[in-house]
Design a binder for this molecule. Structure first.
Ligand code: AMP
Length: 193
């Protein structure tokens, strides 16, 4: 299986690049943010809990999100591979992901870390907020999400460097240019995994 973790701060282009990776490589997509927003829309118990965290720009507790991920992963059993978008976001989530994939006879193939500077991230998220209708694309929540990213999520880069899976990509330029770098990396791994 070709399992790709697409990683970066909020607004770094994870969702946009995921769509292109899926089209090119025929992977399944798991976006924990999308799963949570669908639960909120459906008015489920889980959605109600998640909504409180999301609107404050905080992370949903690890245990909850790891359970959700395990269920979604089981629904993708016959997959050629999965792109993980927005997961993992903490070290315990990365450890849980490794365990879950190992139990299924596979592992993370590569972690693509999209680098975008802070001013650009804020501009992109404010722009997106005009159309997305997302409760967390406003300046106050964006600032909390970026703080959470720096304190809890960014340390995962070290984790994947140690695992020998980390690959940094400049996340600024045209969508196609950025995708070009990602595609090159994934293709090199398919030839020489
Ligand atoms: P995203 O769509 O990936 O930007 O996620 C939106 C929000 O959903 C985040 O700010 C968190 O509140 C929550 N969320 C999504 N994925 C995770 C995760 N892996 N761990 C904890 N919270 C998450």
């Amino acid at each position: 299986m070709l399992n790709v973790v697409i990683f970066g701060a909020p607004g770094s282009g994870k969702g946009t690049q995921s769509e292109l990776i899926i089209k090119e490589f025929g992977l399944d997509h798991i976006s924990t943010g999308d799963v949570l927003r669908a639960e909120i829309k459906a008015g489920s118990e889980l959605g109600k809990i998640a909504n409180d965290y999301i609107t404050k720009g905080q992370l949903v507790p690890d245990e909850l999100i790891i359970n959700i991920l395990a269920k979604v992963l089981d629904s993708k059993k016959d997959s050629k591979g999965v792109i993980f978008d927005g997961f993992p976001r903490t070290i315990p989530q990365a450890e849980a992901l490794k365990k879950m994939l190992n139990e299924r006879g596979t592992d993370v193939t590569v972690m693509i870390n999209l680098h975008v500077d802070e001013d650009e991230l804020i501009n992109r998220l404010l722009e997106r907020g005009k159309k997305s209708g997302r409760s967390d694309d406003n300046l106050e929540t964006i600032k909390s999400r970026l703080d959470v990213y720096h304190s809890q999520t960014a340390p995962l880069a070290e984790y994947y460097i140690k695992e020998g899976k980390h690959h940094a990509v400049k996340g600024v330029g045209t969508i196609e240019e950025i995708f070009g770098f990602i595609k090159e990396k994934i293709e090199s791994l398919r030839v020489n995994p």
